[in-house]
Design a protein around this ligand. Structure first.
Ligand code: ADP
Length: 201
């Protein structure tokens, strides 16, 4: 069981997934908050049942899955609904994260949380690693990856914490302006650091 938890965060397109994949290749268990956020509203879960009880069957698609686009639209126009959803889902997500970190078997584990800063999750982990790039790089890489447009990605970036806010809570920073090869070296260095921190924790 690993009790030492490294929280990894960064803005959209900063390279979180690329970085956590490299830790996974070194045998480290990755717990992904985005995956958990989808799991807690999968069919037949307490989360989805509560949403259907509140909003009706229309919130489901033809396959009985949550219609995320519709929910996003409703939340956008109804701030109370957003609050209600947060109160329902955050405890479920937290509980799953805890279960999965406690069940991890690598010497330390990584908790990948896009909104670690926004939701104050940095307070609950042992170490915070921020993946950081300039806003221009963030925009360029995300537009390329998602085949989306600059306006859409800029809007998401504006809704997220700023670089400064993220860096303010960082114990370690991976600056990801260089090549993916450089990233491998930085991850290998941090891996050694985390192994020793976990051992002496
Ligand atoms: P996040 O998970 O933070 O949204 P990703 O890891 O998906 O970010 O990275 C965003 C995009 O940038 C992906 O297409 C990824 O392959 C690419 N990328 C990440 N790091 C680098 C790098 N150092 N050089 C070039 N492209 C990169």
């Amino acid at each position: 069981m690993s009790t030492y938890v490294v929280g990894v965060s960064g803005g959209i397109g900063s390279g979180k997934t690329t970085v956590t994949n490299l830790f996974a290749e070194l045998g480290i268990d990755i717990i992904d908050a985005d995956v958990i956020a989808r799991e807690v509203v999968a069919p037949q879960t307490l989360g989805l049942n509560a949403i259907v009880a509140k909003l009706g069957q229309d919130i489901l698609d033809n396959h009985g899955h949550l219609n995320r686009a519709l929910l996003r639209q409703l939340v956008f126009t109804q701030p109370d609904l957003k609050e209600w959803l947060n109160q329902l889902l955050h405890p479920l997500i937290r509980e799953q994260m805890q279960k999965q970190t406690q069940g991890a078997s690598s010497p330390y584990c990584i908790l990948s949380v896009p909104l670690l800063v926004e939701n104050q999750g940095y307070k609950t982990v042992d170490r915070v690693l921020i993946v950081d790039v300039s806003e221009a790089t963030q925009l360029q890489r995300t537009v390329l990856r998602d085949n989306s447009n600059v306006e859409q990605i800029s809007a998401i970036m504006r809704a997220q914490a700023s670089r400064e806010q993220r860096l303010a809570v960082a114990d370690d920073v991976i600056e990801n302006e260089g090549s993916e090869q450089e990233l491998i070296e930085k991850v290998a260095q941090l891996h050694q650091l985390y192994l020793s921190l976990a051992e002496s924790a």
